[in-house]
Design a protein around this ligand. Structure first.
Ligand SMILES: Nc1ncnc2c1ncn2[C@@H]1O[C@H](COP(=O)(O)OP(=O)(O)OP(=O)(O)O)[C@@H](O)[C@H]1O
Ligand SMILES: [Mg+2]
Length: 653
């Protein structure tokens, strides 16, 4: 072996190692710390506010402006009337395109409400988190103080155009015109133009926002939002000019305002520890007992004394001095004391009659029903759940009584099975996105629809044709995000929705069973009648022709009638009578309408629904008694049949 071959190759000198990148020092890191303004935050996170796609952005913008208009009118005691106009805009230097291809729109919303005081206009439309509703506990559509300024900010970001506002507070006052933009660094308004102008409207507000967007019809569109708003707000008149130039008028069918909800103080059960500390610090009361009874709802001086005794604190101690362990003791004592449920006059539910009106007006069907649950409470916040069903396709279309074969367990719904449509509302505002994240939707899925004769695959919506209406009214709706699209899944809320669903489902079940039974009885009667002819002929022959055949025939027919449910069968099949045992329901047949049809003439005012008081004792608050299912014929007496020909050509299903 050659020795030299064994000699190892001389290794090259190692390359000088690169120094690892030097980490930042605390001082360098500190130099990078900067405050983030709320506008900067939402500029980057616009999806949190509902501006994630151009189509949704257009909807969100209309929704924010319309919701504000309705809130303002109702708060001022004015029956709301809102004009919505959407126009496709062609940016300078570009050729005009069809509406479906347009990517820039101008949204104008006009209300005839109270108007806005001049000083507040710039901040309302060009400062995020500025509003009148956040700090109060009272039912309203808006709550966060971010809606319309976010829409304006999105317009500014995508087109560079300012928000234009005209507002007038009364006939004797001038109208003010403003053009404002938001300074996203400081979250403060920048006023580009302000002047007094002549305006034909005596009072109200007009807001115009130019923005990037996309107009598409169908589900979750602006069109759907307006239709659904009309269903849940029959006291509102909306005139909608579509981007295609079509004017759609949604007339007012209820002529009184909903009972104005009252503002309430927070309920002690809904207060978190940190909030209690802040309230102790901020209160104007000098004594602990005074603080408890004046800053909370449902705490009388006697209850305040009781809380103090349980906590081992003097009622005369200074609220500001209560900290640390004492504050913890106070918090625990509050939870341990029996306190009445919060008052519910802070909520104004839609009411069963109004829901029926809305559903009947907008959706074709054979059967309608509505339920308003008694008030309940989650985290100290009172709320009311309302539900409704519109079932079938209407007598003129199809055969709604044809029941679909139930799907096998686990079998996926095939495309031919039409599923029910759920329309969700929070404080009268339709929720169009994030359906599956919403407590309402979960509650609909969890309801056992098969018990009511409706087929349902596991984990799926029940079969249609059916529209399920769910509304949550509350002083604070727990949305899952700032864009207010889905209701958070609190047990108390889900339970209430399910109870409302069950009551609606039970009524639908009664209707379907009745119809099914009556149909089979009718069929049986027809068969009897066929045989009666034969029997009478045979008897006549046996008697050698000496038989009063007609008399026998009529007697046998009478027996057949009796044996097949008598006149009841005709009634149920829509020949006569009302929906007995089905309060707040309407049944539509080819011959007319049964049940309590809400007045739709547009003349007679209908009383606004009254809010029942919440159940008093604490136990009842957390576990509200489920409404007992009405027995057949029980509850509200069946109304006499109202036979009216259906003059509706606007079913939207
Ligand atoms: N058309 C209007 N007429 C009168 N006041 C209005 C009108 N639009 C907005 N406002 C006032 O401006 C405030 C801010 O509106 P904005 O939509 O930003 O917030 P909000 O409605 O309070 O809550 P949210 O963010 O949930 O919509 C409202 O609280 C209301 O007081
Ligand atoms: Mg708003």
């Amino acid at each position: 072996m050659n020795k030299t071959t064994l000699k190892p190759e001389p290794t090259p000198p190692p390359a000088p190692k690169k120094a690892p990148p030097k980490g930042l020092s605390a001082v360098e890191m500190g130099a990078k710390q900067r405050e983030i303004s709320v506008s900067e935050f939402f500029t980057k996170n616009r999806h949190l506010l509902g501006f994630d796609s151009p189509r949704k952005a257009l909807l969100t913008c209309v929704k924010e402006a319309v919701d504000n208009a309705l809130d303002a009118c109702e708060e001022a005691g004015i029956l709301p009337e809102v004009d919505v106009k959407i126009e496709a805009v062609t940016p300078e230097g570009q050729a005009p395109v069809a509406v479906a291809q347009a990517n820039r729109f101008r949204v104008t919303v006009v209300d005839y409400g109270p108007g806005i005081v001049r000083e507040h206009i710039p901040r309302i439309f060009a400062k995020l988190l500025y509003g009148s509703k956040f700090h109060r506990l009272r039912m309203s559509r808006g709550q966060q103080g971010i809606g319309i300024s976010a829409a304006g900010m999105y317009g500014q970001l995508t087109t560079g155009k300012p928000v234009q506002i005209i507002s007038r507070t009364g006939e004797k006052n001038p109208a003010h015109y403003f053009e404002v933009q938001i300074n996203t660094k400081t979250n403060e308004p920048r006023i580009l133009e302000k002047k007094q102008i002549e305006w034909e409207n005596h009072r109200g507000t007009q807001v115009t926002i130019e923005m990037e967007g996309r107009y598409q019809k169908g589900r979750a569109s602006v069109d759907e939002y307006i239709e659904l708003t009309a269903i849940a707000n029959p006291h509102v008149k909306i005139v909608y000019v579509t981007p295609e130039g079509e004017t759609r008028v949604y007339p007012r069918t209820f002529h009184v305002l909903p009972t104005p909800p009252r503002e309430i103080k927070p309920h002690p059960y809904g207060i978190e520890f940190g909030i209690l500390l802040k309230m102790l610090h901020d209160t104007k009361s000098h004594w602990l007992s005074g603080f408890l009874s004046s800053d909370f709802s449902r705490v009388s001086p006697r209850v305040a004394e009781e809380i103090c005794t349980t906590a081992g604190l003097s009622p005369k101690s200074k609220p500001r001095n209560i900290m640390g362990q004492d504050a913890e003791k106070l918090y625990k004592a509050i939870q341990a004391t029996k306190i009445m449920a919060p008052p519910t006059n802070c909520i104004s539910p839609i009411g069963e009659k109004a829901i029926l009106t809305g559903l009947y007006k907008q959706i074709k069907g054979d059967f309608y029903t509505a339920v308003t649950r008694p008030p309940a409470v989650y985290r100290g916040n009172p709320f009311v759940i309302e539900a409704g069903i519109a079932f079938g396709k209407g007598p003129q279309v199809g055969t709604p009584e044809q029941k679909k074969a139930p799907l096998a367990e686990g079998e996926g719904s095939d495309k031919e099975v039409e599923l029910a449509r759920v329309i969700r509302y929070a404080n009268r505002v339709p929720l169009l996105y994030q359906q599956s994240a919403c407590a309402t939707f979960q509650a609909v899925l969890e309801t056992a629809w098969r018990n009511y004769g409706i087929s349902q695959s596991r984990g799926a919506l029940p079969a249609g044709p059916m529209v399920i209406f769910v509304h949550m009214a509350s002083v604070w709706v727990p949305f899952t995000s700032e864009s207010k699209e889905a209701i958070a899944d609190y047990d108390e809320i889900r339970k209430e929705i399910k109870l409302a669903m069950q009551e609606c489902g039970r009524r639908l079940g009664v209707f379907l069973k009745r119809k099914e039974h009556a149909k089979s009885e009718f069929h049986r009667r027809n068969i009897f009648e066929l045989y009666i002819e034969e029997v009478v002929e045979a008897c006549k022959r046996l008697k050698g022709g000496r038989l009063a055949a007609e008399k026998l025939k009529s007697q046998l027919l009478k027996i057949a009638m009796k044996k097949t449910g008598g006149e009841k069968t005709d009634e149920i099949l829509g020949k006569k009578g009302g929906p007995e045992g089905l309060p707040d329901s309407i049944i539509v047949t080819a011959d007319g309408v049964e049940g309590d049809v809400p007045d739709m003439s547009g003349e007679a005012p209908v009383a606004a629904p009254a809010v029942p008081e919440a159940p008093a004792p604490v136990e009842a608050v957390q576990e509200p008694e489920p409404k007992k299912p009405a027995k057949k014929g029980a509850g509200k007496p069946a109304k006499k049949a109202v036979k009216t020909k259906r003059g509706r050509g606007h079913g939207k299903k």
